[in-house]
Design a protein around this ligand. Structure first.
Ligand code: F6P
Length: 327
């Protein structure tokens, strides 16, 4: 493989706190390794449009602590087509960019893998999504911060729930995965957690919530992942409210606040490690892989594997919610 001289970097899909720290690490590590770094603005769509600028070391100063992504992010329908990828490859060629680092989730890696296959351009992925739903890494960039944000919000909701003896259904993000919900539930001492991976049994939930619950003096919190199979917090609350009109029920949807904010120290360090690891992988002639972290060690996972495999929720953590919420 010819020596890599120019490395492009882009952020794709839903943004996640820590993406900027990863961009900084890729740019600085590329320069450290004698390469030039190029920022691609607006994800794969930006690549197709040729929105590309050289990034010197100072361009990524003062961003390690900032949420969002200075490179902007997008979900590109055009890049999902073969013609779109032909245009993207042509733009890389035009800018003499030899290799690409893609910071995003599994949708982004699916496109990245096709770019490698069809155009033989080395691509290394960095897992960046608050959902933590990528196989091959213990944690994705942004997940820790999102959980901390959700925990802070739920702690506040607990105060008002307790003051008014209310049952709250709090919806957190996670369209297909319950990682944020599960961790938030444990950290906040929630009574129950509902996740997309397990079908919700409303009768079971009601029986559990009713146990030793006096609507005049009790309060409770149920954490609901956005992708929960009944349709989310509002739907579940409606069903429980129909059979239990004696409960004073409220719903709170935390939404996109979970995607923003300054990244936690954990996410900044993870992003820095993975940014450097991605560039080193390219220098080592790797292509079509994601860099991840497993048991505190950096790992290389083929795109194929991370895309096709499903990361499972830890059953021990699910059980923990049950054991600890036993009033
Ligand atoms: O992938 C991260 C995520 O925040 C999901 O949890 C959520 O379902 C989705 O993105 C929301 O996407 P959008 O911001 O495009 O509505």
């Amino acid at each position: 493989m010819a020596k890599i001289k120019r490395i492009g970097v882009l952020t794709s899909g839903g943004d996640a706190p820590g993406m900027n720290a990863a961009v900084r690490a890729v740019v600085r590590s590329a320069i450290y390794n004698g390469c030039e770094a190029y920022g691609i603005y607006g994800g794969f769509q930006g690549l197709i449009n040729g929105d590309i600028k050289r990034l010197k070391s100072t361009a990524v100063s003062n961003i390690v602590q900032r949420g969002g992504t200075i490179l902007k992010s997008a979900r590109s329908a055009e890049f999902r087509t073969e013609e779109g990828r032909v245009k993207a490859a042509a733009k890389l060629k035009e800018h003499q960019i030899d290799a690409l680092v893609v910071i995003g989730g599994d949708g982004s890696f699916t496109g990245a893998r096709l770019l490698v296959q069809e155009h033989d351009i080395p691509v290394v992925g960095i897992p960046g999504t608050i959902d933590n739903d990528l196989f091959g890494t213990d944690s994705t960039i942004g997940y820790d911060t999102a959980v901390n944000t959700a925990v802070e919000a739920v702690d506040k909701i607990k105060d008002t729930a307790s003051a008014h003896n209310r049952l709250f259904f709090v919806e957190v993000m996670g369209r297909d995965a319950g990682f944020i919900a599960l961790r938030t539930a444990i950290a906040t001492g929630a009574e129950a957690v509902l996740v997309p991976e397990i079908d919700t049994d409303i009768v079971d939930l009601e029986t559990f919530l009713c146990k030793d619950y006096d609507p005049a003096t009790s309060s409770a919190i149920v954490i609901v992942a956005e992708g929960e199979k009944e349709g989310g917090a509002y739907k579940v609350a409606e069903k429980v409210g129909k059979t239990h009109p004696e409960y004073d029920i409220r719903v709170s949807v935390l939404g996109h606040m979970q995607r923003g904010g300054s990244p936690s120290a954990f996410d900044r360090v993870l992003a820095s490690q993975l940014g450097v690891a991605a560039v080193e992988a390219l220098m080592d002639d790797q292509k079509s892989i994601m860099v991840g972290i497993m048991n505190k060690e950096i790992v290389h996972v083929p795109f194929n594997k991370t895309i096709k495999s499903t990361k499972r929720l830890n059953p021990e953590l699910l059980n923990l919610v049950k054991v600890l919420s036993n009033r």
